[in-house]
Design a protein around this ligand. Structure first.
Ligand code: PMP
Length: 304
């Protein structure tokens, strides 16, 4: 990942990709106190466009606020830098990674007098989960790891340290032969995937867990709007794992995962065992929106 041509923005300057380095005593590297985003840019007929850039930047600032971290740049600057990151690296489609982290000014969990650093990188990233997952659906497993507790870490923040829980769960799922994990909260209700929100379709309605211990996904919110446009009701509620087993359809949403159908959960086939019709409809609407084929949603796109 580090041996590539291109440039990365660090604290106000464009640095050669291979030189975008930090000291080993970087505080966030030791304790995980940092915030980041994951945003995608898609190729459209009118050029490359970043999907819901402002919403991602707003969430980055909310995450920082939750962690009491002061970002030393304003939102307009970071939006502009993200556009330039795509252009300068000559990317037609891209995954963008802004991150705010504490520097190497001091160690210890007091974490005071630390400088907040900001970086933005962009690279090409294809399908996130499995190559044919978008059409065929994926196989998932209930994780033995409980989703981060709301009072242990801050679930509304997209914070670096929160992802230790995600990595443990995903690695476990993969080592057991599945594509992704489904994490339950401390009370045993379905929370989310390791990096995705989850939706079920049952009796023509969409059902998704409330956001107690899941990230406020921007793709999740996009699906809410698309569902409304096709008169699909969305219910946010607590979901049990057996409710997932008997769903007619299920899918994950996320910037990286996009809209990925779930065809099997804990070795039980979901619905028709592939991509369900409502999932397919929403997926098509989603790809139309991100790839600029939906005039109605042009305000979601920021052209590079
Ligand atoms: N939950 C978690 C834990 C995530 O990491 C992500 C990816 N950011 C999501 C849900 C989906 O969020 P979004 O749709 O904003 O990418």
């Amino acid at each position: 990942m580090d041996d590539k041509d291109g440039v990365i923005w660090m604290d106000g300057e464009w640095v050669d990709w291979r030189d975008a380095k930090v000291h080993v005593l970087t505080h966030t590297l030791h304790y995980g106190m940092g915030v980041f985003e994951g945003t995608r840019a898609y190729e459209t007929n009118e050029g490359t466009a970043i999907f819901r850039l402002q919403d991602h930047t707003d969430r980055l600032f909310r995450s920082a606020h939750i962690l009491n971290m002061q970002i030393p740049f304003d939102k307009a600057t970071l939006n502009q830098v993200q556009r330039e990151a795509v252009a300068k690296n000559k990317l037609k489609s891209a995954y963008l990674r802004p991150m705010c982290f504490y520097g190497s000014e001091g160690m210890g969990i007091r974490a005071d007098s630390l400088k907040v650093h900001v970086m933005v990188a962009a690279w090409e990233w294809g399908k996130y989960l499995v190559e044919d997952g978008i059409e065929k659906g994926i196989r998932i497993r209930t994780s033995s790891y409980i989703r981060n507790h709301v009072n242990s870490v801050m679930c509304k923040a997209k914070a670096n340290g929160n992802y230790m829980n995600s990595i443990l769960a995903l690695q476990e799922a993969i080592s057991c032969g599945y594509d992704e994990a489904m994490l339950l909260d401390h009370e045993g209700y379905v929370a989310e995937g390791s990096g995705e929100n989850i939706f079920l379709v049952r009796n023509g309605k969409l059902i998704t867990p409330d956001l107690t211990s899941a990230l406020e996904g921007i793709t999740r919110e996009t699906i809410f709007q698309l569902a409304e446009e096709c008169n699909l009701e969305v219910v946010e509620k607590r979901i049990t794992r057996d409710e997932v087993y008997v769903a007619d359809e299920a899918f994950f949403t996320g910037t990286a995962a996009e809209v990925t159908p779930i065809r099997e959960v804990d070795d039980r086939t979901i619905g028709n065992g592939g991509r369900g019709p409502i999932t397919e409809r929403l997926q098509t609407m989603y790809f139309d929106a991100v790839q600029g084929r939906s005039a109605q949603h042009s305000d979601w796109l920021t052209y590079v």
